[in-house]
Design a protein around this ligand. Structure first.
Ligand SMILES: [Zn+2]
Length: 261
């Protein structure tokens, strides 16, 4: 089976001691591609280094995470935009709103989010959207672009109605370890929505699926999340792999042949 992890920070220092082994475990588990969303200026070098070392296994995105937005964001965006034009990136990410950690920067976050969404239109790239305690705010900002944004609401944590609004825009829900948690409402939402608008992700090193919950997450756990999705949708694991990989391919590799992923 072939899987794609659509959101992983495997370039972070959490993997410095055993990155090689971790990347091998990904291949062994059938995770053939890993999309790397950037975080801020400090993460770019490590992400590029990973791309140099594992050119076939990983592809990069560029953007600024909402938690890294402060009053200097205009200058920051300027620098990121220049970097964006210097290399090959498969998406704009991760971008969005985080009102859990810091509400005081909400206006800056919203402005930075809109700017980065407009880059995605100009460059015809998908986005990886982070929204924490801000699903409604994020949705409204994306909806205001009138269906011109494509990509993924990563680590989706909204309601059934909000999930439908994502799909109505032709966008996807990024589903990860939370699907395996006992009290999660995600299984019901995913079952209702169906597989057509789902992609898998780990968000490694965060949000490990059961039975790895509480420990470092890694991209080789994608099939664990896939197994739970198979249960929720009453699909075979093969069908889950096929459908989610095809969805991820449509978003991030629209011009590639299936066999190459
Ligand atoms: Zn992330």
């Amino acid at each position: 089976m072939n899987w794609i992890d659509t959101h992983s920070h495997i370039y972070l220092p959490d993997f410095d001691t055993d990155r090689k082994e971790t990347m091998q475990r990904c291949l062994d588990s059938g995770v053939a591609k890993i999309l790397l969303p950037n975080i801020d200026l400090t993460s770019i070098d490590a992400m590029h280094q990973l791309k140099l070392n594992y050119a076939d296994q990983v592809d990069m995105m560029m953007g600024i995470h909402p938690c890294s937005i402060d009053s200097n964001y205009v200058d920051l965006l300027d620098r990121i935009e220049k970097i964006l034009h210097k290399d090959t990136y498969y998406g704009i990410g991760e971008i969005g709103l985080d009102l859990y950690w810091d509400k005081s920067t909400q206006r800056y976050q919203e402005d930075a989010f809109r700017t980065q969404l407009s880059w995605s239109i100009a460059l015809d790239l998908p986005v990886s959207i982070h929204s924490r305690e801000a699903t409604e705010e994020s949705l409204q900002i994306v909806e205001a672009f009138g269906g011109r944004i494509k990509g993924v609401f990563h680590c989706f944590s909204g309601s059934r109605e909000q999930a439908q609004r994502v799909a109505d825009m032709g966008m996807y829900l990024g589903i990860g370890g939370v699907l395996t948690y006992k009290k999660s409402e995600l299984p019901a939402i995913v079952e209702n929505l169906g597989a057509s608008w789902i992609v898998l992700e780990t968000d490694a090193p965060y949000l490990s699926p059961v039975p790895h919950r509480g420990r470092r997450n890694e991209s080789s756990y994608i099939p664990v999340i896939g197994e739970r999705l198979a249960e929720v949708l009453s699909f075979s694991i093969e069908k889950v792999a096929r459908v989610t990989t095809e969805n991820a391919r449509k978003i991030y590799y629209p011009n590639a042949k299936v066999q190459t992923i």
